[in-house]
Design a protein. Structure first.
Lengths: 270, 270
């Protein structure tokens, strides 16, 4: 199946997850814990429902002959007959927002032709609250709701998004950068942080905690195809990062080389 | 006009602003600067359009005999024939989010029967992205989309929202509290922070910069009517705070007394 057929499948999954969340939030119990997910987070009813919605589309594709490996936050890895094509899912990125009732969360999906981040060919993110869809196909650019997007050409550190999943450790680590920003945001969803970066809404994204590849694979391609750069927090390449369930390096994304250099220098205390 | 008639008027204003923003974001130029607003921020096209939508409803009310004073971020104060009733508006709370393209911003409206915060009888906040409406009438409770809301009964510092309009100054000031939180968010809109607190989505809100009364008057009543507490950052009462354009004290809101005491102690370094 080609990139654009997978994009169509991802859009189906996004629509199904969004419909499922709409149903769930009409009642109560969205945040009801179900146990531990393969990624280590507590699996919530909403995460499970979202993953099931994605699986329902993947199972149909598999029945019609598609072969792939599926890696997802909740179930871990599942073999659908071929490890040459990898589908990565974060069913709900921003689970805590959804669970607590802060209306800002997303689904992130990626497709790769191998086991490394540089093998990612397609990334898709949907804001489950307002329905905004972001996607990128390798070599074909990045899009928001069908319109081509580009990162900003700002050269000053204006809006910086960071995540602090462990505030006591992460905020001090981020502070050398945050204190030179004009504005900061901590929104609770890495996928939407990267979608903000790709669409020019923010200048730099800093994730000071080790992340998992399904958290950022889609956003990584989106930012690159929109003209931005994503590296580890020393400026090193992430291309060889394995696509799996393990936690990998903290990372930083910037709209352009000038902002990346300024941000890396700020983090070094220069 | 009674509280519930004003609530109906506020809902009309919210719907008009939301429709206006929908139109504006179809095109470009939402963030086009128009000059300085009375509150000191740069007035953007979107702020002006939002205020005009609110004014259009107020002018109709005035023509039909209502008398009041209007205080708003952009135009400052305007006399509609009576200073005994004060209408406060923050046409777009989270202007920078709207301007940059982060889909999280609101309109906040309040009505008071005098010139102090304790005179606020009605507060209304609408999330302009998903349409969620929050309101409170003094002595009548707080509501989200028509359903009664209450703050959490959590006794541990879980989710803390803060704002850092000046990151270099505000994040270090907030840090003694942030480092003892399980999760932190910096969402860029004080009104929605307070709506999150009132509806149980967050446990504590800290605004370390001096704010203006139209930024928090609606949210202040919402939190109180939902069972929460809002004080200055030393735990002092805000009841006598004048309703006007000047910047007043930093403040903190908590879901209950236990969380307020824990948060104030954390800020004192205890």
């Amino acid at each position: 199946m080609e990139n654009f057929s997978w994009l169509s499948a991802f859009k189906d999954m996004g629509a199904k997850v969004r419909a499922e969340m709409g149903e769930l939030f009409k009642g109560t119990g969205a945040g009801k814990a179900l146990g531990k997910g393969a990624g280590g987070d507590t699996t919530l009813l909403l995460d499970k429902k979202a993953e099931d919605a994605i699986l329902s589309v993947l199972e149909m594709l598999h029945e019609s002959g598609e072969r792939f490996k599926f890696i997802s936050e909740e179930l871990g890895e599942r073999d659908f007959g071929d490890e040459g094509v990898v589908i990565l899912a974060d069913p709900i990125d921003g689970s805590n927002n959804a669970k607590y009732g802060i209306p800002f969360y997303s689904t992130a999906l990626a497709m790769a032709s191998g086991g490394k981040l540089s093998d990612v060919n397609l990334g898709y993110i949907i804001n489950l609250v307002n329905g905004d869809e972001f996607w990128a196909v390798k070599g074909q650019g990045a899009y928001k709701n069908g319109i081509r997007i580009k990162t900003t050409d700002h050269v000053e550190l204006g809006m910086i998004n960071f995540e602090g999943s462990n505030p006591r450790r992460d905020i001090p680590a981020a502070m050398p950068l945050l204190k030179v920003a004009r504005k900061v945001r901590c929104l609770g969803t890495t996928a939407l942080d990267l979608a903000c970066l790709a669409s020019g809404a923010t200048d730099v994204v800093l994730i000071p905690s080790p992340s998992r590849s399904f958290d950022y694979a889609a956003g990584w391609l989106l930012v690159r195809e929109a003209g931005g750069i994503v590296t580890d927090t020393q400026g090193g390449s992430l291309e060889e990062t394995p696509l799996g369930l393990g936690r990998t390096s903290p990372f930083i994304g910037a709209a352009n080389r000038t902002l990346l250099d300024k941000a890396l220098n700020a983090l070094k205390g220069e």
